[in-house]
Design a protein around this ligand. Structure first.
Ligand SMILES: *Cc1c(COP(=O)(O)O)cnc(C)c1O
Length: 407
């Protein structure tokens, strides 16, 4: 593949039809439903083990599989990275990223000492830090990553070795200035992990801005069709890639070949889908803003969004497919009634699908967070998150309209 192709072209072709041999090369990467691979003789098998199951020297699917490698190759190019590791979920990718980022050079101890994380992380990411890492005596502290002075003070105070942020936070859509955060993180001798699930490679390339590891839940935009669970991490350096690959094999976190093919198929249309989702979200945000029952609309494409200028600079002229809004004077029952009245918009706990989805964070992504912390984060009892799908936006708006009338 020519390195000078643009991202959209790479997403269609990268990792596919790698070699054209005489028998006719499959255009689309086949699903290699096999646990093991044969070699011409024992010396060949020995050589494959020696090379560590790379490229076409496959041995055993937990070490590597051509269908999975094809997805990893595509994500490597899409993220301008040294390499990618495809795993079974976004949470597996995040766990692996924390282990890899927390393993100092020259060490094999996969144990961060102190993690500094953004306040408003995805709920399960919070729970992972608290119930797994903190429970194993890893230091843990939080900061508001939109306050750069506060962030620098937290780096000085806590001396973390790993920093974890989301490029666009969920559900409050705060925008992190990744270039600035990476610069300060590196000056403090720490490593920066960016969960870029919400922005995808179409909006943003955090590795180019200096992030060390980028994590995606492939269950969301990359897969995009609500039919697969997966995760991918990409790294800026070969060292962290090797570490992540080693732990993925040790822990058996790898994605299976069937799922890998669904994600590969998804990312071919990623650019088309995301652009449509962003356009739909922009329309929906404008419509909600004018609605009398809606007290607050959060969308980075709106000029009153606190980081609108940063979003405009950092996200390739797009503002994402998620709109967060607040139903005026709402209690949980009002929100339930709204959600139950929707006919087209699906009340499913995910985002980034072709289907427009609506979720209520207090019962889903932020269920594990105490009410006090939720409220402190700005997640009120009337707050809903809508993930724009690719349907005709007029139909989405008509559905929201009839459900709001029904309240
Ligand atoms: C969904 C999500 C995850 C977790 O991904 P899974 O594939 O569900 O494990 C992590 N981070 C963000 C921002 C998410 O939206």
């Amino acid at each position: 593949m020519g390195d000078d192709y643009r991202l959209t072209t790479h997403l269609v072709h990268a990792g596919e039809h790698l070699k054209r041999h005489s028998g006719g090369t499959p255009t689309a990467m086949p699903i290699y439903a096999t646990a093991t691979f044969l070699h011409p003789n024992s010396a060949g098998l020995d050589a494959a083990f020696e090379r560590g199951s790379r490229e076409d020297q496959f041995i055993y699917t937990r070490y590597g599989n051509p269908t999975v490698a094809s997805l990893e190759a595509a994500m490597t190019v899409a993220a301008s990275s040294r390499g990618a590791v495809a795993v079974s979920s976004g949470m597996a990718a995040l766990y692996l990223a924390l282990l890899a980022a927390g393993t100092p050079r020259g060490s094999t101890e996969p144990h961060p000492r102190h993690i500094l994380a953004a306040y408003d992380l995805f709920g399960t990411s919070h729970a992972l830090l608290r119930d797994f890492f903190s429970a194993q005596n890893v230091g843990l502290s939080y900061c508001d990553v939109t306050d750069l002075d506060g962030f620098r003070a937290a780096l000085d105070r806590d001396e973390p070795d790993v920093v974890l942020v989301e490029s666009l936070s969920n559900p409050l859509l705060k925008v992190a200035d990744i270039a600035a955060l990476a610069q300060y993180t590196h000056a403090a001798n720490a490593r920066l992990i960016v969960d870029a699930t919400m922005t995808t490679p179409i909006l943003h390339q955090p590795l180019i801005d200096g992030a060390d590891i980028v994590v995606h839940s492939a269950t969301k935009y990359l897969g995009g069709h609500a039919d697969v669970s997966g995760g991918v991490l990409v790294t800026r350096t070969g060292l962290m890639l090797d570490t992540a690959q080693r732990y993925a094999r040790l822990l058996g976190l790898g994605l299976g070949p069937f799922e890998a093919r669904l994600v590969s198929r998804g990312i071919k249309t990623l650019a088309l889908r995301v652009r449509q989702q962003c356009a739909n979200a922009q329309h929906i945000a404008a419509w909600l803003r004018a609605h009398p029952r809606i007290s607050r609309v959060i969308y980075p494409g709106s000029e009153d969004h606190l980081q609108h200028t940063l979003a405009a600079r950092q996200f390739n002229g797009l503002f994402g497919g998620i709109v967060t809004f607040e139903l005026a004077d709402a209690v949980r029952e009002t929100v339930f009634k709204l959600m139950d009245s929707l006919q087209l918009v699906l009340p499913a706990t995910s985002l980034g699908d072709i289907y427009t989805l609506i979720t209520y964070p207090p019962i889903s992504s932020h269920r594990d967070i105490s009410a006090e912390m939720r409220h402190a984060q700005g997640i009120s009892d009337g707050l809903l998150r809508l993930s724009a799908g690719i349907e005709d936006v007029e139909d989405i708006i008509a559905d929201l309209d009839q459900a709001l009338r029904n309240l």
